[in-house]
Design a protein around this ligand. Structure first.
Ligand SMILES: *Cc1c(COP(=O)(O)O)cnc(C)c1O
Length: 388
């Protein structure tokens, strides 16, 4: 079959029509599915047939969403979850045993960090951390019980860029599974499997839905690994609801269009902030001043929706800036059509100790903007007046 372009697959990957010949795929709001006869039921449960049995295992709407994301990421197979964190937790829980060891980047999503530090130790699963700017240190962290290397790129909230190909080479050398949380890039901007990742995780809540409506998560990768994740998940029940799967599958039809605009708005805001007298520094992967600009260009189609910067004057100035914001939302989400400003030190990363925050580059005055789809002139003018 012809391999269509990304935008085409995002729209044309869909379930077969029913007898009603609908153009847009309907919702299958059903918990369970029926069988023709005893033999059909036996064969279905024996997995001799590939068909829906119960929506905790699979549902047509989830399957369509999974197939789309697999095409976008160049993956063989996937499983869809009720949230990004359900995807993160279930992926690890399916692949690891008690006594196993994870090597993780230091700068990761706050709840993932809490999972590693507060909960996995209960099951005797330990984690060591590396700095994504010092991949030479990773070799020394490998133990006989290490199973997985885990990282994000761009990172949250500092928008640092990790060399995916170099990390994949380290994972291969030690026979470890490389898992990349690709949520900040979306599959439109970056496909980690191309660079050697084994599994890719997304919070569908962010750019994939992009309109702040649903929680969702997905893990995609090799059929062999996904089968283990599927076996675990069909028993433990973190499955995505058919309604949310339907919403997401529709959202993906416009992913490329939306993300293009997010990125052009973000680059314009970052360029504006670079010249502002009340700003200490600005970080955006596609600004020439970004320390990993060339790597970002190699790995990503554009710079993403998140811009990080530091307001001059520390915590006090940061608070004043937040209270001055009028149009943009003060919220913790990202990848939404509405622009969002966040103060990581007091919100998403408040569970980290000040030393841990320091080590991942989160300063008191640091602001993270998830640049939305409003007109760029209005986004800039709100930030400009708040800085004033
Ligand atoms: C939001 C987010 C998650 C968690 O996703 P939820 O859908 O909120 O559970 C995981 N990783 C990253 C990078 C995120 O931004």
């Amino acid at each position: 079959m012809k391999n269509n372009k990304f935008e085409t697959e995002a729209i044309r990957t869909q379930l077969e029509r029913t007898q009603f010949l609908e153009h847009s795929v309907p919702m299958y709001l059903t918990s369970s599915f029926v069988f023709e006869d005893a033999e059909d039921m036996r064969a279905s449960f024996a997995e001799e047939k590939n068909r829906n049995i119960y929506s905790r295992y699979s549902n047509p709407n989830s399957s369509e969403f999974i197939e789309k994301v697999c095409k976008m990421e160049g993956a063989e197979s996937g499983f869809a979850f009720a949230s990004g964190m359900a995807a993160v937790f279930s992926t690890f829980a399916a692949l690891l045993n008690s006594g196993d060891h994870i090597i993780s980047a230091k700068s990761i999503f706050g709840s993932t960090h809490s999972l590693f530090t507060q909960f996995f130790p209960k099951w005797n699963i330990s984690t060591s951390y590396f700095d994504i700017n010092d991949l030479d240190s990773v070799d020394n962290l490998v133990q006989s019980n290490t199973k997985v290397i885990y990282a994000e790129s761009p990172t949250n909230p500092g928008v640092d860029i990790l060399d995916l190909e170099a990390l994949a080479a380290i994972a291969r050398k030690h026979n470890l599974i490389l898992i990349i949380d690709n949520c900040f890039a979306s599959p439109y901007l970056q496909q980690p499997i191309k660079f050697g990742a084994d599994l890719v995780i997304h919070s569908g809540t962010k750019l994939m839905d992009g309109q702040g409506r649903v929680l969702a998560g997905i893990t995609v990768g090799s059929s062999e690994l996904i089968d283990k994740i599927y076996r675990f998940s069909r028993i433990t029940g973190p499955a995505l609801s058919p309604f949310n799967a339907w919403v997401l599958s529709k959202s993906l039809e416009t992913l490329a269009l939306r993300v293009d605009r997010h990125c052009s708005n973000a680059l314009q805001l970052a360029t504006f902030l670079e010249d502002h007298s009340k700003v200490n520094w600005v970080k955006y992967p596609f600004l020439k001043s970004h320390p990993k600009y060339n790597l970002a260009k190699k790995q990503m189609k554009a710079g993403g929706c998140v811009v990080a910067f530091e307001v001059k004057g520390g915590l006090e100035a940061g608070k004043k800036f937040f209270d001055g914001i009028q149009l943009l939302s003060l919220s913790a989400n990202l990848g939404d059509s509405r622009s969002i400003v966040t103060h990581p030190a007091s919100t998403t990363h408040s569970k980290l100790s000040p030393e841990e925050r320091q080590s991942v580059g989160i300063t008191d005055g640091m602001v993270r903007v998830s640049v939305g789809l409003e007109h760029i002139d209005d986004i800039i003018s709100d930030i400009e007046q708040a800085l004033g």
